[in-house]
Ligand binder design. Sequence first.
Ligand code: HAM
Length: 421
Amino acid sequence: MCTPKIKMASNEFQPLLGMSDITAPEIYLWRMIESRARTLFLAYGYEELRTPSLEKLKVFTRSIGDTTDVVQKEMYAFKDRGNREIALRPEGTAGAIRHLAGRGEEGRNARVFYMAPMFRCERPQAGRKRQFHQVGIEATGEPNPLADAECIALQQQLLETWGLKGSKIKINTRGTKEDQKAVFENIHRLLNDHRADLCEDCQRRMDENVLRVIDCKNEACQRIVATLPEMKSFMSVESQTYLDTVIETLNQMGIEVEYDPSLVRGLDYYLHTVWEITHDALGAQNSIAGGGRYEITLGKKALPGVGFAMGIERVVTSLNACGITAEQFAPSGGIWLVSLGAEALKENMKLARTLRGMGVRCGMELSEKSMKAQMRKANKMEAEKVIIRGEEELKNKTLLVKNFADGTQQELKIEELNTIL
Ligand code: HAM
């Protein structure tokens, strides 16, 4: 049993529950994920957008929806010292659309991407954090099935670029606003016969937003939901055709998706296409990513768009399950400077600065150490070469270069340094 003293000491260095310090070596995988994502987003014509972590509360309540779990149960919402109602962003879409709506016409046909921490005060469990990180994109523009297909194709290509295998894309439609009315009315009517058998939350959700009942994880509710006709059956032919076109376009691009009539997504802004990407390695919280077409009204005009967000923590877990580990992306190579004597130490400080300025990974001890100790360190740091300098080399203005890969050694004039870089 822990004594209170030990407990205090260990807690003192822990981040808040459900939040993590992300550090080496794991961070190497994060860097790979972020840099490959950035390259691909730029190739698709997306520009980076960094919005603040804190926004006015209404940015989220108006877009995500008052009846969603995210708004009702999970948001870090509070009043600041000026009594203003604000919240830590639980997701990236609302802030991006708040920004783009403010850019008028230009913002109505824009492509942005983000990589940022998000905050949801959920009960922490494997794969569910209170601070987690998303990479995501938003493309504004009128509904167009090809835009939705391109967005999913980008996402699938991103998974490929990361080397992730074994994920599944599930897709459904939420239809237009008119369709949603028909869906709500019909599902409400059909569920009403089972009202007493639904969980307590769903009995309330029935009148607030029946889609939340379809999304409920409770087994009894799931059994009842399984007896309902597909939502699509209450929608217009146009909406059904819209989804078919998205799926056909993806198939033509060689991308497989699975139609999942029970997929509704937990956010209210969606219209038409919605999708989720799952990976078996994740267990109960098996969704790596979610996305869809939406319409968000924050100013006077509704802003339509399509986008997705992927949870980096869950991508990391899935990559690990595929045998892709952080160590494979550990920094290595470059040059280690070995200094024999105080004068060499000072001269190597200058040389290190030059090399680092050229972008070369370069390290050295900052106090006098034996040759053996310095070589051991060079090995540990996985340097590709060492440059050894002692009195002799300083006098002759030469460098003794040792190549770790083949064990060869050569003496160079200082001006010939470029030949080994
Ligand atoms: P979301 O499904 O709420 O969608 O979140 C997207 C992804 O973020 C999830 O699939 C999951 O990987 C990750 N995620 C969510 N909550 C947590 C958590 N508590 N801990 C760890 N990871 C989590 C959205 O956020 C939408 N904004 C996506 C979108 C963009 N739709 C259109 N544009």
